[in-house]
Design a protein around this ligand. Structure first.
Ligand code: NAD
Length: 479
């Protein structure tokens, strides 16, 4: 059964789109048509921005933080009710194994909204501060205003709520532009927004492509851009926002390293790497796709990784036991296969995978692939592949491992593996990245997440993300 939707959710109601263009969703595992939504165009974006502005002016920006907390909790409840429906379509569209979709896209997203509801409830918008100059100052934390939230397809719900949660808590309103690659889940999200009965215009839903994204980025009615996506798009957006002096947060690509120290327990490492390096078939910004192995244990590690990768269960993401699903699209599979060819050409040693899995003739599947003897300056070690292709590189000592890990354009994530947590933590402190995991990796709702260098700027999660949606104003009480 296909799901074809006709309306956009703007200004607190379902409205007819301005154009007849459609965004279609296809099952990545079967290539079957799943459904479609209307594609929003510039006129719809204008209406959405005006509705978001109207909601701010109608009092959302200055509302009681408790009211915003209650609204976020209602949204968490209505999203939770639909958890099975939207996590299923995420798996189908993106290829994400279902347990992960349910846990991360589903439960984690609901938790993010509840976390920001709780933070909103503790907000003190105004602080009276005595000045050493003999008067008092009111320091106010005000909402930045209308936020254009632009998200990619790989974790569509998490990446939307990681903006919506802190933005709404701070008193901002949102125009959400989902990726054309994940539209059915975002339509369900809009239904959850409707049921949560937020004031009209607080969240507006305008699915569209990069042109619509670019239109929103430079729209005169937008006060801040919150973007997650590729570094290439992030650079273009940063240029526009720089010219407009418009606040922008950029969560971009990565090429993170897993540093296996010489005392690490290999079973623990391999169990962990299934999530750390191959989560969502490595269509994950923080995936550790560079594996740094010590010379003293190099052959043992390469051999164990080859066996581990060959034994992973590849299949339909909705089937029980699947560890690796298909990649998101045919174009993406072609791109990944291009990188595998490049790895061979560059002289890396293929020790696992490299082709398409036997027996999976439909769907965009790629075998979990491991290259050994990878030079860190080669293309497969430098560029984000966004598919299950891992590069193993040899290092001499801890210093050398850090040199290789940090020799990257990116700085998003990383992991350090050791039997000695203190030693691993010391190494983690010296990894140049926004987040690093010790003997595993997990995003903490209560801690800032983001990148350095070409992985972006600004932070999501934690109270730090909320601060990014506030602007400071001082009122000097002189007389
Ligand atoms: P993408 O950059 O092609 O698109 C992301 C979103 O931006 C989409 O909604 C797209 O329509 C829109 N867009 C594209 N170009 C634009 C432009 N010039 N102006 C305005 N909007 C534009 O990325 P993608 O292929 O959808 O997603 C994969 C990328 O996202 C990877 O590079 C991945 O690392 C990155 N990502 C980063 C994080 C993070 O938190 N750092 C998380 C997930 C994904």
């Amino acid at each position: 059964m296909s799901l074809d939707h006709e309306l956009l959710y703007i200004g607190g109601k379902w409205v007819k789109p301005s154009s007849s263009q459609r965004l279609k969703a296809v099952n990545a595992a079967t290539e079957e048509y799943l459904g479609s939504v209307p594609e929003a165009v510039e006129r719809d974006a204008d209406v959405a921005v005006a509705a978001a502005r109207g909601a701010l002016d109608a009092g959302w920006a200055t509302s009681d933080p408790q009211e915003r907390a209650a609204a976020l909790n209602r949204l968490a409840d209505s999203l939770e009710k639909r958890l099975d429906a939207f996590t299923r379509v995420v798996s189908q569209q993106v290829g994400m194994p279902y347990p992960m979709s349910k846990q991360f896209e589903g439960r984690f997203s609901v938790s993010v909204l509840r976390y920001y509801a709780q933070l909103a409830g503790t907000l003190e918008p105004e602080e009276r501060r005595p000045s050493p100059m003999g008067f008092d100052t009111l320091v106010r934390r005000e909402a930045v205003g209308v936020v254009a939230a632009i998200v990619p397809w790989n974790y569509p719900t998490v990446l939307a709520v990681s903006k919506i949660g802190p933005a709404l808590a701070a008193g901002c309103t949102i125009v959400l532009k989902p990726s054309p690659g994940a539209v059915l889940d975002s339509h369900i999200f809009a239904e959850a927004v409707e049921e949560a009965q937020l004031p009209p215009g607080v969240i507006n839903y305008t699915p569209g492509g990069r042109d619509l994204g670019a239109y929103l980025v430079s729209h005169p009615g937008v006060d801040k851009v919150a973007f997650t996506g590729s570094t290439a798009a992030g650079r273009q957006i940063a240029e526009v926002c720089g010219r407009l002096l418009r606040p922008v947060s950029l969560e971009l690509g990565g090429k993170s390293a897993a540093i296996i120290l010489d005392d690490a327990d290999l079973d623990t490492v391999l169990k962990g790497l299934t999530g750390v390096s191959l989560a969502n078939n490595s269509q994950t910004c923080v995936a550790c796709t560079r594996i740094l192995a010590p010379s003293s244990r190099y052959d043992e590690i390469v051999e164990a990784m080859a066996t581990w990768a060959s034994e992973l269960k590849v299949g339909d993401p909705l089937e029980r036991g699947t560890q690796i699903g298909p990649v998101f699209s045919e174009a993406q599979r072609d791109r990944i296969e291009g990188y595998i060819a490049k790895g061979r050409q560059e002289g890396a040693r293929l020790v696992a995978g490299g082709g398409r899995p036997a027996g999976l003739d439909r769907g965009w599947f790629v075998e979990p692939t491991v290259f050994a003897d990878v030079d860190n300056t080669s293309v497969i070690a430098r560029e984000e592949i966004f598919g299950p292709v891992l590069a193993v590189t040899r290092y001499d000592d801890d210093q050398d491992a850090l040199r290789i890990a940090n020799e990257s354009e990116y700085g998003l994530g990383g992991t350090v593996w050791s039997a000695d947590r203190q030693r691993a933590t010391d190494v983690a402190r010296r990894v140049v990245a926004g987040t690093v995991g010790v003997n595993g990796y997990a995003i903490d709702i209560n801690a800032p997440f983001g990148g350095v260098k070409a992985s972006g700027m600004g932070r999501e999660f934690g109270p730090e993300a909320l601060a990014g949606y506030q602007q400071l104003k001082s009122i000097f009480l002189i007389g």
